[in-house]
Ligand binder design. Structure first.
Ligand code: VG1
Ligand code: CO
Length: 541
C-alpha cells in the first residue's frame, strides 16, 4: 500500500446546505467528487494529522464504498485513528455519542437523512465537531471555500479494510477501530430513561409499533424495544437497513410513514406508534387515532421531561427553530425556563447546549433531542414518550388533551411545494422579500399584519450572525406564517410554508380547518399559484 497524491481541479457547487453536502448518488460517484469534498473538509478543519475521527453512515447505497474512500484519505492525510461502526453503519445520534464519549476530534457522517437512497436517489456527507454536533457555518464556509481552490488530494491505494469484524486493524499507519454501532448508544439510553418502568408498561399490555422504514434505526429499535424492554418480536417493522431503504422514502411523516399511520388510525390500533428517518435523528410520534405534531411533541417533552431519571432535576432551558410553533414557549414561560429561537438546522443548537443554556431542543421537521448528544435523536424521543407514558399512566391522546387544556393549542401545519423550478422559487422569494416593508397594517380576510421580516439570528454565545433564515409574517393576535426554501433537496427547489395559530378554547379542530384563514392570507401575500402554478402542496405535515 502506498500514499498517493492525486491531481484534481475544483468542482463547482460543493456548498454544504442545512445539514452537509447532499447530491444525487451518481454525482457523488463521479470521478474525484467525493475525494475533493473530503480533502476540502480535512483542510477546512485545519488538517487531520494525528487526529482521531469517527466514521459511519446510514447504510444507504454507496455508504460502504464512500467509507473506504474516507478511511483511505484519512490515513493518507496522517490521521492517527478512525473509529468506524461495524459494516460502516452508525445512526447520526450514535455517531455524535461516539465522537463525544471517545473524545475524538470529530467525525464524518454519511447520510442524506430523510431523502430516499439508491443509485438514482440521494447521498450526503457532513462533518461533525469534537462536541459531536454538526459543523457550524464558519466551518462549512471554510470547507466550501477550500473546494474552490483544491488542486490535489491524498489517498492510500490498497485493499479496502474489512469492516465486518469488530476489533482493531490498520490502514497504513492509521489504526482502525471497528465498533458495535448499537451497544454504546443502548447504554446511553439506559442511563437516561426508566427502563424497568417502560418494560412493566409494555408487559402490562401497551402495544408498541416502531417503523424503522428499512433504514438505520432497525438494529437500534430491536436492541432497545425488543431485547432490553421486552416488547414482542415484530414491534419493530421494516427493521433491516437496506441500501435503497426497500424503496421507502424514510421521512417519518404522515405521508411517507403511511403504513404506520394506517395501523395507528385503524380499529384496534396499538397504544403507541413511532417512526424514524434514514439516519435515525428524526421521529414521528402517534397514538391510537392521535397524530402528535412535532412542535407539540417538543412542548409535551418540555413539560414532562423531569419524569425521566436523566432529567429529574429539570431542564436548563429550551430552544426551537424559528419555524417551529410557539407551543414550547408557552411551557417554558409557565415553568420559568429560558426559551431560545434559532434558524432551521441542528447546528445552531450546539453553542446553546455547550454553553449550558439549554438541555432540550426541537424542530417542527420531526426533530427532537437533548444535550445527551449534539444531534437530534429519534429513538431518544420515542423513549422519552414511553417514559412519560409509564410515569403518568396516561395514553398519548390523554397526554395531548391534558397538555392543550393546560397550555392551549398552537394549531400548526407545514405545506411543502416540492421540485419547483429553482428560478421561479428565487423570483417568488425576492418578490416576497421586496413586499415585506409595506405589509404591516394590511388586512387579508380577517387577519391584519402586525409585523413582517426576514429572520436573522445573532448567536448569543459566539456572536456570529446568520441572515435570510426565513420570511415571517405575524398577524395581530399572534397567528403567523413563515416561508423558506429547503436546504436539503437535490433537485429543483422545495418551498416550505409554515402555518400557526394559537387557540385556547377550541382544542379539537382539524388543523387545516383551524388554519384556513392563515393559509388563505399566506397565498394572498406570497402568490404561490401565480409564481409556480401550484394550487396544492405536495406534502402536508
Ligand atoms: C430540513 C428540516 C430541518 C432539518 C434538516 C436536516 O431542512 O427542515 O429542520 O434540520 O432538514 O434534517 P430544510 O433546509 O430542507 O428545510 V435531517 O433529519 O436531514 O439531518
Ligand atoms: Co435525519
Amino acid at each position: 500500500m502506498t500514499k498517493t497524491t492525486i491531481a484534481t481541479a475544483p468542482i463547482e457547487g460543493q456548498k454544504p446546505g442545512t445539514s452537509g453536502l447532499r447530491k444525487k448518488t451518481r454525482v457523488f460517484m463521479d470521478e474525484h467528487y467525493l475525494e475533493n469534498f473530503v480533502q476540502a473538509m480535512f483542510d477546512g478543519i485545519g488538517g487531520v494529522e494525528g487526529k482521531v475521527l469517527v466514521v459511519g453512515g446510514d447504510g444507504r447505497f454507496h455508504n460502504d464504498v464512500a467509507t473506504q474512500t474516507i478511511l483511505a484519505m484519512a490515513a493518507a492525510n496522517g490521521a492517527a485513528r478512525a473509529i468506524v461502526g461495524q459494516n460502516a453503519l452508525l445512526s447520526t445520534p450514535a455517531a455524535s455519542n461516539l465522537i463525544r464519549t471517545m473524545q475524538t476530534d470529530g467525525g464524518v457522517i454519511l447520510s442524506a437523512s430523510h431523502n430516499p437512497g439508491g443509485i438514482d436517489e440521494d447521498f450526503g456527507i457532513k462533518f461533525n465537531m469534537p462536541n459531536g454536533g454538526p459543523a457550524p457555518e464558519g466551518v462549512t464556509n471554510a470547507i466550501f471555500e477550500r473546494t474552490k481552490t483544491l488542486d490535489s488530494y491524498h489517498i492510500w491505494q490498497g485493499d479496502p479494510v474489512d469492516l465486518s469484524q469488530i476489533g482493531v486493524t490498520k490502514l497504513g499507519d492509521m489504526q482502525v477501530n471497528i465498533v458495535d454501532p448499537v451497544a454504546a448508544y443502548v447504554d446511553l439510553m439506559q442511563s437516561l430513561f426508566d427502563f424497568p418502568a417502560i418494560r412493566a408498561m409494555i408487559a402490562g399490555g401497551v402495544d408498541v409499533r416502531f417503523d424503522a422504514m428499512c433504514a438505520i434505526t432497525g438494529p437500534y429499535g430491536r436492541a432497545i424495544l425488543e431485547d432490553a424492554l421486552g416488547a414482542p418480536a415484530g414491534t419493530v417493522t421494516h427493521g433491516t437497513p437496506l441500501p435503497d431503504f426497500g424503496g421507502m422514502h424514510p421521512d417519518p411523516n404522515p405521508t411517507w410513514a403511511h403504513e404506520l399511520m394506517a395501523e395507528m388510525m385503524g380499529d384496534d390500533a396499538p397504544g403507541f406508534g413511532a417512526a424514524s428517518d434514514g439516519d435515525g435523528d428524526r421521529n414521528m410520534i402517534v397514538g391510537p387515532n392521535c397524530y402528535v405534531s412535532p412542535s407539540d411533541s417538543l412542548a409535551v417533552i418540555a413539560a414532562n421531561a423531569h419524569l425521566a431519571p436523566g432529567y429529574k432535576d429539570g431542564l436548563k432551558g429550551v430552544a426551537r427553530s424559528m419555524p417551529t410553533s410557539a407551543a414550547v414557549d408557552r411551557v417554558a414561560e409557565a415553568m420559568g425556563l429560558q426559551c431560545y429561537e434559532t434558524p432551521t438546522g441542528w447546528k445552531f443548537f450546539g453553542n446553546l447546549m455547550d454553553d449550558g443554556r439549554v438541555s432540550l431542543c426541537g424542530e417542527e421537521s420531526f426533530g427532537t433531542g437533548s444535550d445527551h448528544v449534539r444531534e437530534k435523536d429519534g429513538v431518544w424521543a420515542v423513549l422519552m414518550w414511553l417514559n412519560i407514558m409509564a410515569a403518568t399512566g396516561e395514553s398519548v391522546p390523554q397526554i395531548m388533551a391534558d397538555h392543550w387544556a393546560r397550555f392551549g393549542r398552537n394549531y400548526y401545519s407545514r405545506h411543502d411545494f416540492e421540485a419547483i423550478e429553482s428560478e421561479k422559487a428565487d423570483v417568488l422569494m425576492s418578490a416576497l422579500r421586496a413586499s415585506l416593508a409595506g405589509l404591516a397594517g394590511q388586512s387579508f380576510g380577517p387577519l391584519t399584519v402586525a409585523a413582517a421580516d426576514d429572520y436573522a439570528y445573532l448567536d448569543p454565545v459566539d456572536g456570529s450572525r446568520s441572515e435570510k433564515q426565513g420570511v415571517r409574517v405575524v398577524f395581530e393576535g399572534g397567528a403567523r406564517f413563515v416561508v423558506r426554501l429547503s436546504g436539503t433537496g437535490t433537485s429543483g427547489a422545495t418551498l416550505r410554508l409554515y402555518l400557526e395559530k394559537l387557540d385556547t378554547e377550541q382544542l379539537n379542530l382539524d388543523p387545516q380547518a383551524a388554519l384556513a384563514d392563515v393559509i388563505a392570507a399566506a397565498e394572498d401575500v406570497i402568490g404561490i399559484k401565480a409564481h409556480t402554478g401550484r394550487t396544492a402542496p405536495d406534502v402536508i405535515t
